[in-house]
Design a protein around this ligand. Sequence first.
Ligand SMILES: [Zn+2]
Length: 253
Amino acid sequence: MLEKQTWKRAREKFKRTKVALIPVGSTEQHGPHLPLGTDFITAKALAEEAAARTEATCTPVIPVGLSEHHRQFWGTLWVEAEHFRGYLRGIARSLSFHGISRIIYVNGHGGNQAAVLEVCCELRREGIYALAWQWGMFVKNLSEKILHQPEVGPQHAAERETSIMLKIAEELVDKEAFDEAGRLAAPIAFEYGTRVSFDLIDVSEGATTGDPRLATREAGEQFYNAAVEGLIGLVRWLESQTEEALQPKGHKP
Ligand SMILES: [Zn+2]
């Protein structure tokens, strides 16, 4: 992990590594039962484990993202989208200055994803190949198999997220609040194929989109392992690509 290395150790690492992982999350309400840091705690854990098992380096986590739609709940923090995108770009450019131009943003918060993708597109035009990897999307098929409740629409503090938190930081999960979270849960509202609720409080006073009472540590372990394996696979894929394959193509003659 970069923050634990001296610059001399970092130099050795940077000289032999091709890929950097940047964990990205949010500090936002996660129902009455999960900590505000759920999204960045998860992203950090997955990125650090994948880095430990590959040659990739892992930067410090970005703990605040785009969460204004949770602002009615105490403790939620957010930054403007332009500042968030600038921060993502800045970290990628500094890694590139040190010679690492293959980057994976390990994203733990769905609300960040569009902005992360936008930055990846911009960076590629300047020769930095960055990918936006969101663990929740990656385990979608596994979710369909092992969850008790089908995931309807974007998920927040529901069974999947609660399960992975039971695996990563069980001591931060308040199981006594599961009942309250489950009773007040409601899915994000859609009409005719479009989202008709904006702030989470529009649909759910309890601030969750599904019932966390069904979460288990065992399911969390399955999600965690699948996500780490997937991320390791992506690191290896990125390492194996030729420079030519990753650079943007020139204009057609
Ligand atoms: Zn979350």
